[in-house]
Design a binder for this molecule. Structure first.
Ligand code: AMP
Length: 284
């Protein structure tokens, strides 16, 4: 049975569990505080810290894993990136104190001290740019380092930028754009490849369904051409005859973000019995 390493706590853990649950791979923990669990009887989950997952997968303790792309890059290990799971979006950025006079990366002078828990990526980034900085390793609360006088600038993760702003810091550059990813060991055996492909498709079908809704409506036959314009659907809407009437039933998969407009357009065309439901899985 393939082993998948999942974050045991922190920002990514709840969303990872929800995604696997929605894909029919429910996390069934055996006993309290267990480090392993069954994933729907198909895979075995092992729960570890998000930052350890790249190492676990690269070393073969797990066949695959889910963690942040920033942590995969920081590990420096060669891994296969199987899919972007689209949550846990954040950026690893360079930030300086607002009053420092540093407006852009070019303003950073040689010898500047950079506090970060991403020491490898920080060093690599500045070396590639030909800037010689001194990396100060910290393990948390990086944003206070410039105020404590232990660093001049920082490299830290942010999503909205509000924590940086609250701490009087200005973003001056981006090192990595990150989100949660499904990763696997490079060159896994063909048997594992087939199972991982199934897993990728299952998770992908849940992600595809999240942004879509299933819509049904009774449409007056004479306005059917107009409804085709409102509901392009996945492959065009399905039209079902309603016996002996002037109406046809139309079913379509529509983008969730347009649903407010779509319903109003259908109502204005004289459609009735409009029904919108969530979709659990979508495999085109
Ligand atoms: P943890 O430290 O276990 O909470 O997990 C942190 C991971 O969550 C990071 O490595 C990122 O991949 C991800 N993440 C998503 N948004 C943010 C954010 N705003 N700040 C820090 N980490 C984030």
């Amino acid at each position: 049975m393939l082993k998948i390493a999942l974050p045991n706590k922190g920002r990514l853990s709840d969303e990872v569990r929800e995604l696997f649950n929605d894909a029919g791979l429910e996390v069934r923990v055996r006993g309290e505080r267990a480090l392993t669990a069954s994933l729907g009887g198909e895979f075995e989950a092992i729960f570890v810290r998000a930052q350890d997952i790249p190492e676990f997968v690269a070393d073969g303790a797990a066949d695959a894993g889910v963690t942040g792309w920033d942590l995969v890059c920081e590990s420096g290990r060669e891994l296969d990136m199987l899919m972007d799971l689209e949550f846990g979006r954040c950026r690893l950025v360079v930030a300086a104190r607002e009053e420092s006079g540093i407006q852009k990366l070019e303003d950073i002078q040689d010898g500047v001290r950079v506090a970060s828990s991403f020491t490898r990526l920080t060093q690599e980034f500045f070396t590639k740019r030909g800037q010689s900085v001194k990396v100060v390793p910290v393990s948390g609360a990086t944003e206070i380092a410039p105020h404590l006088g232990i660093a001049d600038i920082i490299v830290d993760l942010t999503s909205t930028g509000s924590t940086l702003k609250m701490n009087g810091l200005r973003e001056v550059g981006t090192i990595v754009q990150s989100s949660a990813r499904l990763i696997a060991r490079k060159g896994h055996v063909p048997d594992a490849a087939a199972q991982l492909d199934e897993l990728r498709q299952a998770l992908g079908s849940v992600l595809a369904a999240r942004g879509k809704r299933y819509l049904m409506a009774n449409v007056p036959r004479r306005v059917l051409p107009n409804v085709h314009e409102v509901l392009p659907g996945l492959n065009g809407p399905t039209v079902v005859e309603v016996q002996g009437g002037d109406f046809v039933a139309v079913h379509a998969v529509v983008p969730a973000r347009n649903i407010y407009r779509t319903i109003n357009s259908l109502k204005n065309l004289g459609c009735q019995g409009i029904l919108v439901t969530r979709i659990e899985r979508l495999m085109p």
